[in-house]
Design a binder for this molecule. Structure first.
Ligand code: AMP
Length: 280
């Protein structure tokens, strides 16, 4: 694996690689890699000749200073994991390299960008869109891989690609969970042992909830899930929503859309966790 910290260095190498007609698969991350990230990478490596991974803790997508300051940064361990999945190029730029001057673009994702994470983390998706578009322009991948763990982010990126006809195929990958059901996340390592022991209740409650689809309306099911989560003393809920999988809008009736998803965001101590589950 070759590591580049500069845009020019990476572009130079990729230009040479592409000369021999090779497809580039790209996985953008913020590092502190876990099995969830590695699954995206294994798939990208299997489906493309070249695998490029970026590690960049993007300051402009954080609306909470403490979250940014405490975000785990473990580049050495990450590099070893990347070698183990056959990553060809790691792009690990500095903040100056990515933002030599402030970026003032304002994307409008419409209603999709205003609900859930959009409402609770003002500016978050704009920051995500700015960095992802920049990374796409640098790496020029044929395919880019994103996890359904961040379902709304995936929808926003698909929208970004549509809005600007970006020449990249977005591939979505299922959520990877710990054995006890907790969705893997770099932020999980910030949980205390006590908090870590409580965290799998999120998945347990989501699992129970989706089974009630035939007996409850969407609003009743949303309320039921909210109450179950609220009953866990350690949880501090941001939102519980049931929304369609395309525009992410709350639904009133099950047949309002072909596919609905139950979304949750909550604080466990100082750590904010998100999860979601398809409702069949
Ligand atoms: P992050 O480093 O948190 O920005 O995540 C980088 C990519 O990995 C994003 O596309 C995430 O959705 C994806 N990802 C993170 N955690 C998981 C997980 N548990 N399962 C599947 N994909 C994940």
């Amino acid at each position: 694996m070759i590591t580049h910290n500069t845009i020019l260095g990476l572009k130079d190498d990729l230009l040479r690689e592409r000369g021999v007609v090779k497809n580039v698969g790209f996985v953008p991350t913020m590092g502190a890699l876990h099995e969830g990230h590695l699954e995206l990478m294994r798939r990208a490596k299997a489906e493309n000749e070249i695998l490029v991974v970026s590690i960049f803790v993007n300051p402009i997508q954080f609306n909470n200073k403490e979250d940014l300051a405490k975000y785990p940064r473990v580049l050495d361990t990450d590099s070893q994991l990347l070698e183990s999945v056959g990553c060809d190029y790691l792009f690990a730029p500095s903040e100056m390299e990515m933002y030599p001057e402030p970026d003032n673009i304002n994307y409008d994702f419409g209603l999709m960008g205003e609900v859930m994470e959009g409402a609770f983390r003002p500016g978050h998706f704009n920051g995500v869109a700015i960095v992802v578009r920049k990374l796409f322009e640098i790496v020029e991948p044929q395919r880019a891989y994103f996890g359904e763990k961040d379902f709304q982010q995936l929808a926003v990126i698909q929208q970004l690609v549509k809005m600007f006809n970006l020449p990249v195929e977005i591939v979505s990958c299922a959520i990877v969970r710990e054995n006890d059901g907790l969705a893997m996340s770099s932020r999980n390592m910030r949980l205390t042992p006590e908090e870590r022991a409580v965290a799998p209740k999120i998945h347990l409650i989501l699992q129970k909830a989706v089974k009630l689809r035939n007996v409850l309306s969407p609003e009743e099911l949303r309320r039921w899930t909210y109450d179950q989560l609220e009953a866990v003393e350690e949880f501090n809920i941001d939102y519980v929503e049931i929304a369609d999988s395309e525009l992410l809008q709350p639904i009133q009736h099950w047949n309002d859309c072909p596919e609905s998803i139950l979304f949750v965001a909550l604080f466990l101590g100082k750590v904010r966790l998100i999860d979601n589950m398809r409702i069949f």
